[in-house]
Write a protein that binds this ligand. Structure first.
Ligand code: ZN
Length: 309
């Protein structure tokens, strides 16, 4: 394994991002944002989550949104917390289900109020429902690199969950640094360990920036052979159950870095910047993304690297 000449960026602003915002973004605005992201070339989108509207009211329009989104090259992936959510997501035409379990007992309790074992047991039904409809399922492992309640999470604990996902037929496994506790050395070590143990499994990195280390972690993951990364437009998001959670890496910042390195992302940076500004207007507060403020390279010299501004 080595660093690849191309990577895939998976957009999570609509789910991971919006669920951390105080306001409910109206469905038609979400649709408009999805259209902008599609025009920027985004193919993999975590569009929403079929969770209890009481738990996450920001995503209470999941079914409505899924009924209205454009179906083209964009794959609408949907997070589901349980069998009920999986049924609803499949009915709504989800292109892939995302199931999740925390690598630590304490975080799983805080997140879904049950044990890791109970969460894992519920997965059988979800995978068989999806299989019936021929819809792939990806597994996400929260706090895979450290837990704010428990501390260090041994990589063997994470591997056990990853193996469980793989045995059930997950076509991809996301390793999430839900609280921004990872460091580049650890990412490198864990990624090599997991890809060595499960060589036929595709891995994705989902990195939060609570401590400012996420971009370095992403780069370490890239050097260790990862080619799929979750990012969020404008850098919005975090985790509602983690104290002072900060956002995800901004999609446009990550695209800037890779494209400047000559690594293809397939995404249009200028259109992403426009979409991030559209999102900022919707949310009515400054977003943490950097490239949306500083512009792409050449912006200051030509003043017009993005369109005719
Ligand atoms: Zn996240």
């Amino acid at each position: 394994m080595g660093a690849s000449a191309e990577v895939t960026i998976r957009e999570v602003a609509l789910r991971d991002g919006l669920q951390s915002e105080k306001m409910f973004v109206p469905t038609d605005q979400k649709r408009s944002l999805i259209r902008s992201l599609s025009q920027a070339g985004v193919e993999f989108m975590e569009t929403t989550s079929f969770v209890s509207p009481k738990a996450i009211p920001q995503l209470r329009d999941a079914a409505e949104l899924m009924a209205q989104v454009e179906r083209g090259q964009m794959k609408h992936e949907v997070m589901v917390p349980n069998e009920k959510g999986a049924r609803a997501a499949l009915e709504a035409g989800a292109d892939r289900l995302i199931v999740f379990v925390s690598a630590s007992e304490a975080h799983n309790q805080a997140n879904v109020r049950r044990s890791v074992a109970a969460s894992l047991a519920d997965l059988d039904a979800i995978f068989s429902l999806a299989r019936e409809k021929d819809v792939p399922v990806a597994g996400a492992i929260a706090v895979a690199f450290g837990c704010p309640f428990q501390g260090r999470v041994p990589r063997t604990d994470v591997l056990e969950i990853a193996r469980h996902f793989a045995d059930l037929g997950a076509d991809r496994i996301s390793l999430a640094d839900t609280t921004g506790l990872a460091n580049p050395g650890q990412i490198s070590d864990y990624v090599s360990f997991f890809t060595g143990q499960l060589p036929d499994t595709a891995f994705c990195l989902h990195l939060h920036n609570n401590r400012g280390v996420a971009m370095a972690n992403l780069y370490a993951g890239y050097l260790a052979g990862i080619t799929l990364f979750d990012t969020s437009l404008g850098g919005i998001g975090g985790c509602p159950n983690v104290p002072q959670a900060a956002g995800n890496l901004a999609t446009e910042d990550v695209v800037f870095m890779f494209e400047e390195m000559g690594v293809a992302t397939g995404l249009d940076l200028c259109r992403l910047i426009d979409a991030a500004k559209e999102l900022e207007k919707m949310l009515d507060h400054p977003l943490p993304g950097q490239v949306m403020k500083s512009g792409p390279s050449g912006w200051h010299t030509t003043g017009a690297a993005c369109g005719a501004a």
